[in-house]
Write a protein that binds this ligand. Structure first.
Ligand code: SAM
Length: 277
């Protein structure tokens, strides 16, 4: 292909991927909004909706880039805590059978459970942009940033309740190796969740999507970021990634249980989920 990804050996793919994200880091968020027409926000919100994390949960967001998933995770938990507090306040005013469940889930006077999100990305530029964003949002507690490779995570075994990877796994050279690492760092009972571009089955949507991807996206990349090739790579990497069923089988082969997927926006994106038992 134009960018030469079909022919580069494995170790060179990693180098090229690094360059691509180093080039786009500063413009990454703007480009994401522009190219997806803002829809990537809905895909990420959907991930959180399905995850439904509770106070005290520990998240590892791999290929976390500029932190979108981790921010949403912490915000979601904050809103859950607010809900619990309101429920408790209501129960205090009108004692009822609900007291039992309220007190059970959040003991009076108990310390709030500490939730944690770790953003791990191989690219330091992306992490730097993410950290700046977190600072400007005043979001620092419960959040950490770690440079690391999805294929060789710098974490001990059985550490996290949830492992996410959003629009990251197709960039990884050895996907099976990344899945093994996900399984290793999750606690037993922990959940693997992956958002990734997938296969569109509707022929009309598929045609529109192809036209948009191959004709519009690289142009936007050139106009906004001055970088046609990086965005052409992004489109090509999407086309090469396994479809919903193939990827589900890979997750099962890695040793996850109850593996399933949800198609979002007609399969443009799929959310795969599986558990470590
Ligand atoms: N998750 C973020 C989001 O949804 O906005 C960022 C996604 S971005 C398309 C892909 C990210 O994967 C980049 O930040 C890139 O540096 C990272 N990445 C690529 N290969 C990686 C690897 N082997 N290990 C960890 N991160 C990797």
């Amino acid at each position: 292909t134009h960018f030469g990804f079909e022919t580069v050996p494995e170790e060179e793919k990693a180098k090229k991927v690094y360059q691509v994200f180093e080039n786009v880091a500063q413009k990454y968020d703007v480009m994401n909004d522009t190219m997806s027409l803002g829809i990537h926000r809905l895909w990420k919100d959907f991930l959180l909706h399905v995850m439904h994390p509770q106070p005290g949960a520990r998240l590892l967001d791999v290929a976390g880039g500029t932190g979108d998933i981790a921010f949403r995770f912490l915000e979601y938990i904050k809103s859950q805590e607010e809900r619990l507090r309101r429920r408790e306040a209501r129960a205090m005013q009108t004692p009822s059978w609900q007291d039992i469940s309220t007190n059970y889930s959040n003991e009076q006077g108990a310390e709030p459970l500490e939730s944690k999100a770790v953003v791990c990305d191989i690219n330091k530029e992306m992490l730097t942009v993410g950290k700046q964003k977190a600072d400007s949002m005043g979001m620092t507690s419960g959040l950490s940033w770690v440079a690391g490779d999805a294929e060789e995570l710098p974490f001990d075994d059985d550490q996290f309740d949830i492992y996410t990877i959003a629009f990251g796994i197709r960039n990884v050279t050895r996907i099976e190796q990344a899945l093994q690492e996900a399984l290793r760092v999750l606690k037993p009972g922990g959940r693997f969740m992956c958002l990734e571009f997938s296969k569109v089955s509707n022929p009309i949507l598929s045609r529109l999507y192809d036209t948009y991807s191959f004709q519009v996206i690289p142009v936007l990349g050139e106009v906004i970021a001055g970088d046609w090739k990086s965005y052409q790579y992004l489109v090509e990497s999407i086309r090469k990634f396994p479809d919903q069923e193939e990827f589900k089988a890979m997750i099962e082969d890695a040793g996850f249980y109850c593996v399933r997927y949800y198609n979002v926006t007609g399969g443009i994106v799929a959310l795969h989920s599986g558990f470590k038992l």
